[in-house]
Design a protein. Structure first.
Length: 440
């Protein structure tokens, strides 16, 4: 018996460990979107300011632009050895520049860089357990007490975690390896795709942004960093994934609908979609076609038709497993746009309130939905909030009586009330007659 319990305990521990390891691997920061600037020597160079800009492109690549203000704290000129790790990703179009102030002008000089193996460089890094495969390195001279800004830029291919899901990951560990204590660390992530929507973002954020601009540009302002801290979040290329899914089908008609949707030929999407539904046998891809048609109707300013189609497919399995939540967010986003076009503000506001209470929606989606309330008249908001307000005890009783509840109890109460009123009236009348009699 003891052996069985021991084996069972070992198996439970084993499976629990496997699940934890998988969860960590799934969200572990990888630096897949790149790394920052390191000092590879012992020079007394301090880091004063950091400004990192990441542009996520719609072709599933990212551009990194980073600036580091450095200061030579020594009383002599030093030739600083600088480098950026090239680990797990290929740093395409890599460029390194260093500015120098000459009188009132700030000039930018381009410095050639070299690819060096990690074994040669990793041991040079102070206050870090760096173990990178390769580096891009170069030298830059600093006069005594001079401040110079190092600018780096490169392009990387975003890494896919699962179908349509990508991890945007930029390591911040390098900042802690520098001398000095920069209080001005700014990271900005913007998106080249002008059609980025709140449903493109996942629920995983290593550090929540300090602000979100109207175009979904994310901003972080940090004054200190913990060990191994990084900017990590999930990003889904939803629209492209939907088109690619249908274009991979064997049906030429489906491929044609997908191409029309991709090129924003919405009238063609509706026309071809109707023909496909009429002629299709069984249920193959009908819901997916309805999905495209619903979006096409909305884009053409026909929200009523769009809402009818969403009623047919909402909550149904669509596209493929693991993509359901993002599809639902897509539908919810469009339904809010439909209600706005129809000026059905009450239904729109109720849906926004529902989103705020639903834990499956990420904070970016909730923030966007909350901002949409500015399109709703104040009178409508007050009316909905009044209707949603929890009634007090007296109001609840009144509502229940109005709805026909407690009729028997009310009849008894009314009967008792009338009985006591009758007794009171009789006693009052007798007393009055008695007083009248004595007056005579």
């Amino acid at each position: 018996m003891k052996k069985i319990l021991m084996i069972g305990g070992i198996l439970v521990f084993f499976f629990a460990f496997c699940n934890i390891a998988f969860a960590k691997e799934d969200t572990l920061s990888s630096g897949w979107t790149g790394h920052g600037l390191y000092l590879l020597g012992d020079e007394n160079i301090s880091l004063n300011k950091v400004d990192i800009n990441i542009l996520v492109n719609d072709d599933r690549t990212s551009l990194v632009f980073a600036e580091y203000e450095l200061e030579n704290k020594q009383n002599k000129m030093v030739n600083a050895y600088l480098g950026v790790p090239e680990h797990e990703v290929n740093l395409q179009e890599f460029e390194s520049r260093v500015t120098r102030k000459i009188q009132n002008d700030i000039l930018s000089y381009r410095y050639g860089n070299y690819k060096v193996s990690g074994q040669e460089i990793n041991k040079r890094i102070k206050r870090s357990d760096a173990n990178y495969k390769g580096w891009r390195t170069w030298y830059a001279p600093f006069e005594p007490g001079e401040k110079r800004t190092v600018k780096i830029s490169y392009k990387v291919e975003n890494k896919e975690i699962s179908n349509g899901r990508y991890l945007i990951s930029f390591q911040l560990e390098h900042i802690n390896t520098w001398k000095g204590n920069p209080k001005n660390i700014h990271v900005k992530v913007s998106f080249d795709n002008q059609e980025v929507k709140p449903y493109n973002f996942g629920n995983t954020f290593s550090i929540k942004p300090d602000s979100i601009q109207d175009n979904f540009t994310l901003n972080w302002n940090l004054d200190s960093l913990q060990k191994d801290q990084s900017i990590d979040f999930d990003y889904y290329y939803i629209d492209q994934e939907i088109s690619n899914f249908l274009k991979s089908a064997t049906s030429s008609k489906l491929k044609s609908i997908a191409r029309a949707y991709e090129s924003k030929e919405y009238s063609q999407v509706i026309e071809q979609g109707k023909k496909y539904i009429e002629n299709s046998k069984g249920e193959n891809f009908q819901k997916e076609v309805y999905f495209l048609m619903a979006d096409a109707y909305l884009q053409l300013g026909q929200p009523e038709e769009s809402l009818i189609l969403y009623e047919l497919i909402e909550g149904e399995p669509i596209f493929y497993k693991g993509f359901q939540q993002k599809v639902q967010e897509f539908i919810t986003y469009n339904k809010i746009k439909c209600y706005l076009q129809k000026e059905d503000y009450k239904t729109m506001y109720r849906l926004i309130l529902k989103i705020q209470e639903d834990k499956t929606y990420n904070f970016i989606f909730k923030d966007w939905a909350k901002k949409e309330t500015k399109e709703i008249p104040i009178e409508t908001i007050k009316q909905v909030e009044k209707e949603n307000r929890e009634p007090n005890v007296v109001e609840k009783l009144y509502l229940r009586i109005s709805n026909g509840k407690h009729n028997n109890i009310m009849m008894i109460i009314l009967g008792v009330f009338l009985f006591f009123m009758s007794v009171f009236y009789i006693r009052y009348k007798r007393k009055k007659e008695k007083n009248t009699l004595f007056k005579k």
